[in-house]
Unconditional design. Structure first.
Length: 405
């Protein structure tokens, strides 16, 4: 799916996570020049959907969002329309309470920060005495001192929004994105540990989240209503989790083509995708208590996406090119606001077009680490993958994929 494969629906920009815009643009150009393109002219759906959702939302809300809500710490099943995912969150939450009651993934309370700052001459001295905010679950690999120092420095620079006089909504946003230190660590990794770039990127994300009330998307929001209405046609479904906490999803290329031909406009696609991303992050956070040694103590279990490309043809792409471009623009938000989200991308039944046109371009621009996380199978033979390649048991993947292939 050339341009579509530019991004993972679970939050990675440009073919599974690394900014492969050059490759995607080259492929898009080839499609436009070499094909007789018939752009789908079906009417956009978002105007009607947004109107319906906004009407329902208005009846349930007494006031507009003011940017200063109290942080939410729940993982209610009401967030999810899928009962299996609700049970999953409850299971992990219970496990975390019993086995890791000492673990905290939240930012410090303002009183704790204030007590650490009182009497200190420098911000560095205050930072060195602040409380430990995250206790890694047993089995996770330890973070290096350099990694921790970078996270601490980024936290110090963001103290104006995350400190005692900071924005309560931003603190909640950090929690939604994995808490301290995971949120900060992921943004650092996404910019090759450049602290200046990570600070600028995270500030933009905080502004973005305030503007769309991202922290409330899983509640009774207009975006949630649009997602619920479109969930049955959305091309990606959650299959469950690995034993070490990673959510596993299945992306069907044929379903994706049909979705793009339905005429959803960019606003509706964005709303659906944002709810999917917030839901995925909730599952990742819940899975932290089960994380294995293959995951850094600064991180939480990333997503595993299985792409089934069976039957993908060039003619399908050209039949929905307008939707494809809208879809890719929405997915461009992934690297900006949900970075370093992918653990593994597993590609099944890749057609010759993928091997000839897409994969060679992708390989040129992906770094070695990301390439190691993209696994292209021979047909649907995922059983040939080793536990070392996957980072979890091959038999687990087989059980999750039962009935899909």
């Amino acid at each position: 799916m050339s341009v579509l494969l530019k991004c993972s629906l679970l939050g990675e920009q440009a073919v599974f996570g690394c900014g492969v815009s050059t490759a995607a643009n080259e492929i898009a150009k080839e499609l436009e020049q070499d094909s007789e393109i018939r752009i789908d002219q079906q009417p956009a759906l978002s105007t009607r959907l947004l109107s319906q959702a906004s009407s329902r939302h208005a009846k349930s809300e007494k006031g507009a969002f003011n940017g200063s809500r109290s942080p939410l710490g729940r993982m209610d099943s009401e967030w999810f329309s899928c009962e299996d995912e609700a049970d999953l969150l409850k299971k992990f939450a219970k496990s975390s309470e019993v086995e890791h009651s000492e673990e905290s993934t939240t930012l410090p309370e303002e009183s704790e920060i204030a007590s650490g700052l009182s009497g200190e001459k420098t911000a560095e001295e205050a930072l060195s005495k602040r409380p430990t905010l995250f206790a890694a679950p047993r089995g996770m690999s330890s973070a290096s001192s350099v990694e921790q120092e970078r996270v601490d420095e980024l936290w110090r620079r963001l103290s104006d929004i995350l400190g005692p006089d900071g924005n309560a909504y931003d603190k909640e946003s950090v929690e939604k994105l994995g808490g301290y230190p995971t949120c900060l660590w992921r943004f650092l990794v996404s910019v090759n540990n450049n602290i200046d770039a990570a600070e600028a990127k995270l500030r933009k994300t905080m502004e973005f989240r305030r503007g769309i009330d991202a922290n409330g998307l899983l509640e009774n929001s207009p975006s949630r209503q649009i997602f619920d209405n479109a969930e049955q046609v959305w091309p990606e479904v959650n299959l469950g989790t690995t034993s070490d906490g990673s959510p596993v999803s299945y992306f069907d290329i044929q379903k994706a083509v049909k979705f793009l031909q339905l005429g959803y406009d960019e606003d509706a696609i964005r709303s659906i995708w944002l709810v999917w991303m917030e839901r995925s992050n909730a599952i990742q956070r819940a899975g932290r208590s089960a994380a294995s040694g293959s995951i850094s103590s600064l991180d939480m279990p990333g997503t595993v996406v299985v792409y089934n490309l069976e039957g993908m043809r060039l003619s399908q792409l050209t039949s929905c090119l307008s939707g494809l471009h809208q879809f890719c623009r929405v997915l461009g938000l992934a690297e900006q606001h949900y970075p370093t989200n992918l653990r593994k991308a597993i590609i099944l039944n890749s057609p010759s077009m993928f091997s000839r046109m897409v994969w060679p371009l992708v390989q040129k621009v992906l770094d070695a680490e990301t390439l190691s996380n993209v696994l292209v199978c021979d047909g649907d033979n995922y059983a040939a993958l080793t536990s070392e390649e996957l980072g979890f048991g091959t038999e687990e993947l087989g059980k999750l994929l039962e009935g899909r292939l």
